[in-house]
Design a protein around this ligand. Sequence first.
Ligand SMILES: C[S@@+](CC[C@H](N)C(=O)[O-])C[C@H]1O[C@@H](n2cnc3c(N)ncnc32)[C@H](O)[C@@H]1O
Length: 225
Amino acid sequence: MSQSTSSAPTTRDGCSVALYLRLPYRGEVELISPWLPAAASVLELGCGVGRMTRNLLARGYHVTAVDNSPDILAHVSTEASKVCANIEDLDLGEEFDAVILASCLINIPDDGLRALQLAKCRTHLQSGSPLLFERHDPAWLSAVTVGYLGDIGTVEIYVDEAARKDAEVQLCVRYQEDEHSWSHRFTVRILDDEAVQEVLSRAGFAAPRWINQRWGAAIACDHAA
Ligand SMILES: C[S@@+](CC[C@H](N)C(=O)[O-])C[C@H]1O[C@@H](n2cnc3c(N)ncnc32)[C@H](O)[C@@H]1O
């Protein structure tokens, strides 16, 4: 899905581990915490270096953190249960109070893989419990052009390439901090509210409630997919 120009360790989908260690926490747990019961068991999918994991643990949640990259999982706190696995292959034999699918993983371009991953979200949830997911703002993806995008902490972000074909967007995004630079090339699918509702419904979730333009919460229905 993505490529990094750095020779340092990368995740299996091409994210730079060094870059993800530099990205600051941005208040995601506070945003979604109204959906998390006190002391909830939380399954965090695609946890990266544990940016959100740390803050979930600090708030008293019991976190099972999943990533398919051992290099990145090594940075996650040992207070979490760590699982090195593909989301689409996950079979923990356990239901959680909540599942988190952050980092716009729902925007992967492969419809079959997305369906498999959402089915795994559903099988690891009790009926009535929420999937908290992050997706790319469809308005932003539909209009994105080359240029400076903004800062995350001390890291500046630039879009170096943007090519749209139907609902797919190929991007090359460069992260710059002082003399360090990381480029990720990846393809994403634009998912508007209607498309998100459809893929979630097929996986056994009710229509999502939107927390903001990027984050949504979908409750697992009785009938698991
Ligand atoms: C962009 S990073 C973000 C990590 C974290 N969610 C955060 O917000 O800091 C996405 C992570 O998802 C992981 N990932 C991507 N596809 C995956 C898959 N199919 N199964 C397991 N992990 C995956 C990558 O290894 C990477 O660590």
